[in-house]
Design a protein. Structure first.
Length: 390
């Protein structure tokens, strides 16, 4: 199952958005166009659904509803609205639809500002199985501060949907954190978005599964890091696991190194491969090309495609990118690219295949990179150096 459509109203940068989401989706746009905020919609739904989360906590983590609501919101429709569709396969109708509208209650010195549900709806196939507010909400409007999605006593009919959102995974591996996890213990939340607990997660896996995955990762890494071999996870004297490998060079038997000596690109590739090998639900990636050589970046779209199709993959991947090399392939269709561009009322969002000018160029045989990046370039970027010339 994967997310097939996203509809937004007044979500952060986006006054309105209605786009198709593919099993492999690339978000492209200039700096500050909202790529991270687009990905954050899916994280928001996950934060509502997960244990220890819920609507109020998801809103609090983002600074309150006033920080979530688009600055372009105009009366009479200033509610934040999200609708997602999920389907099993291409060319099949949605299995699930979930929609939520949020407004704000309270404020000032006396009462705490709270997010309040304006509506919450769930459809299974074409049957609406939840419509809020309902009778109980009308009797006690405090209930509208909590979604049915987050409550096991209320989501029995659509718990599959709640479990799907709960399992959404966001990864943005930062090599410095992998190398020195203790330095960042107090910096981030208990969740591990940045690779802090990557080796702990590997260590908790059954040894047979872990060793099999490390062999796959090593086999792939050899094509990008030719001198690397014998990739293993080994505990130190205190029991803390470390990734180790042998680098062959002028020494007769090579030199054993751990993650402290690995390059940033090697660590990011290991994090990406590990994420792709584990899990079935959507994986959100931000700029996976960072720290990687052009030759490696050119293969990322293909790697993701093949890992999705293999029995150990099959997960939806939604990623943001600024890389020409990543999109410079004929294997990416216009349906897989979502373009974000600043407009007069927030950010304009559209599938590349729905923009006639872009579609015509793609149909002529140009690669997505040749078409999309000139189309999304900031209008005055050529003048960027002028202030330093004066």
């Amino acid at each position: 199952m994967y997310i097939s459509k996203l509809i937004l109203t007044n979500w952060k940068n986006f006054n309105k958005a209605d786009v198709t989401v593919s099993e492999r989706t690339f978000l492209v746009g200039p700096n500050a166009s909202g790529k991270s905020n687009f990905l954050d919609v899916f994280r928001f739904l996950r934060d509502i659904s997960k244990e220890g989360g819920g609507l109020q906590e998801a809103v609090r983590l983002r600074g309150g509803l006033s920080k979530i609501r688009s600055l372009s919101a105009r009366a009479p429709r200033t509610d934040v609205e999200i609708e997602v569709h999920l389907r099993e396969a291409n060319d099949t109708p949605p299995v699930w639809k979930y929609a939520i509208g949020l407004t704000q209650k309270g404020g000032g010195a006396v009462s705490e500002t709270r997010a309040v549900i304006r509506y919450e709806r769930v459809w299974k196939i074409n049957d609406k199985i939840l419509e809020r507010p309902g009778v109980s909400d009308n009797r006690d409007d405090t209930l509208l501060q909590y979604t049915h999605l987050e409550q096991p006593t209320s989501n029995a009919e659509f718990r599959q949907l709640a479990d799907f959102f709960k399992s959404i995974d966001y990864q943005h591996v930062i090599p410095q954190i992998i190398r020195n996890p203790m330095l960042f213990q107090k910096t981030f939340s208990s969740e591990d978005f940045f690779g802090r607990d990557l080796f702990e997660k590997m260590n908790k896996m059954p040894k047979k599964t872990r060793d099999s995955q490390l062999r796959k990762i090593e086999k792939a890494l050899k094509h990008a890091v030719p001198n690397l071999k014998n990739l293993t996870l080994e505990p130190d004297k205190t029991g803390v696991p470390h990734l180790q490998a042998i680098y062959e060079h002028w020494r007769p038997h090579g030199a054993r190194q751990n993650e402290e000596q690995f390059s940033d690109g090697t660590l990011r590739l290991i994090g990406l491969f590990y994420a792709m090998l584990n899990g079935q639900e959507p994986l959100l990636l931000e700029e996976p090309e960072l720290s990687l050589h052009t030759g490696v970046v050119q293969k990322l779209a293909e790697i993701i495609h093949f890992m999705q199709k293999r029995k150990f993959g099959k997960r939806q991947v939604i990623l943001s990118t600024h890389s020409y090399d990543l999109l410079n392939t004929s294997g990416i269709s216009g349906d897989e690219v979502i373009i974000l561009r600043p407009g007069t009322e927030g950010i304009d969002v559209a599938n590349a295949s729905d923009i006639k000018e872009v579609k015509d160029l793609l149909d002529s045989g140009l690669s997505p990179a040749d078409v999309v990046f000139p189309f999304t370039k900031a209008p005055e970027v050529e003048r960027l150096s002028i202030p330093f010339m004066e």
